[in-house]
Design a protein around this ligand. Structure first.
Ligand SMILES: [Zn+2]
Length: 178
């Protein structure tokens, strides 16, 4: 494969890739193929199975016990296939409100947030996201969100991976592995 920038020779290696392209800078994909140009230094990750990957990221984000921040709301909205205007319609609010949420200028109400989380699990919301869990998440929300969430692919499926523990016992990251 030739470099799309300079047509130089490329080499392929496998490494962990911080998947900033999804808008969430804490998502890391474990052991994916990265193509690097030997001439200009351009690098690109090869990410197969995007649909499965985005599903597991969305479900992970939708189950986080912390309030959704702007970039998470934007990721989930896009995952659900909504434009900002359609999303405003779906939530019976105004596009300006969506913009304030996504730019961290205003917090979603708890009910709006819960509805968004449920939409991510809309195939089987009752099973996938039971009421008791929802209530508990709001009551006992851990103080600190991990700095990274890792996902890896085994075979054809992406899945969360378990995080390495920090010296103090708190996970350094939530990791995903299929
Ligand atoms: Zn190049």
């Amino acid at each position: 494969m030739r470099c799309p920038n300079c047509a130089g020779e490329t080499v392929s290696c496998r490494e962990n890739h911080q998947y900033k392209e999804c808008g969430l800078d804490y998502v890391t994909l474990v052991n994916v193929e990265v193509i690097a140009c030997q001439a200009c230094g351009a690098r690109g990750a090869v990410i197969p199975g995007l649909e499965s990957l985005h599903r597991v990221i969305a479900r992970t984000v939708a189950q986080l016990p912390w309030c959704l921040d702007g970039r998470e709301i934007r990721f989930l909205r896009k995952y659900l296939g909504f434009s900002a205007a359609d999303f405003a319609n779906a939530l019976a609010t105004r596009p300006e409100t969506i913009s304030r949420w996504e730019n961290d200028k205003a917090n979603m109400s708890e009910s709006m947030e819960r509805f968004l989380r449920l939409m991510v699990f809309n195939q089987k919301p009752a099973e996938a996201y039971p009421k008791e869990e929802l209530a508990r998440r709001h009551e006992r929300r851990p103080k600190k969100k991990p700095a990274a969430f890792l996902f890896s692919k085994k075979g054809s499926r992406w899945a969360p991976d378990r995080a390495p523990a920090s010296p103090r016992g708190r996970p350094l990251a939530l990791v995903a592995r299929a």
